[in-house]
Design a protein around this ligand. Structure first.
Ligand code: SF4
Length: 208
């Protein structure tokens, strides 16, 4: 897994405060040097963050990774559809995981800053039309993601292929107020999964 430092969002529940406040880059030569020692041992590389699409040299990095024979998984918040679209067009992504933070009404609160949530919908559309396998994923943070938000996400995005509901882990979070917030229990995830099944072909619950 490669982590790009820097992020355009400030999700209060974020578990990577050091990365988020980072410089917005990743040393390509260092990363490639490491990957060259893993040829034949690893099948794929996940490029995560922070937010990888902030990297000015992301396309070049992905090209190099693919030239070494690795498949590429990209983690993104989906707030840069133009960049995502260009990577998809160049066939540099083999699998993508795109964060759907919550319903449109709470999007900016979940991102910790004012965000045009329609950029995320545009990224979802680009993934859907690209044919690249992908998942949309929501971290179920109490207060930011309620059952009504799961319903609203479906109304907002329409039919999707794979939707992942993942457990929120309190502890080291960007906003200290979230460090002691109690995660949802299995019952909540069961109810949320039933709701999501009405608009997602496949629903996965992770980390519960
Ligand atoms: S959780 Fe939010 S702030 Fe943290 S890296 Fe992801 S998008 Fe950025």
């Amino acid at each position: 897994m490669l982590f790009a430092a820097g992020c355009n969002l400030r999700c209060p529940f974020c578990h990577n405060p050091e990365l988020v406040m980072g410089s917005g880059d990743l040393c390509i030569e260092e990363a490639l040097g490491f990957l060259r020692t893993r040829v034949g041992k690893l099948q794929g590389v996940c490029v995560s963050g922070g937010e990888p699409t902030l990297m000015p040299n992301l396309a070049a990095l992905l090209m190099e990774i693919k030239a070494l024979g690795f498949a590429v998984k990209l983690d993104t918040s989906g707030t840069a559809p133009q960049i995502l679209g260009s990577l998809l067009e160049k066939e540099l992504v083999d699998y993508a995981a795109l964060d759907v933070k919550t319903s449109p009404a709470k999007y900016s609160a979940a991102c910790g800053r004012s965000i045009d949530h329609e950029l995320v919908r545009e990224s979802v559309r680009l993934l859907q039309s690209s044919g690249v396998p992908h998942e949309l994923r929501t971290t179920a943070v109490p207060g930011l993601v309620e059952l009504t938000d799961i319903q609203a996400v479906g109304e907002w995005l329409g039919r999707v292929r794979r939707y992942v509901l993942q457990q929120f882990r309190p502890g080291k979070t960007l906003d200290p107020e979230y460090r002691w917030r109690n995660p949802y229990d299995q019952t909540w995830f069961g109810q949320a999964a039933v709701l999501a099944q009405s608009w997602a072909d496949e629903v996965i619950v992770r980390g519960v």
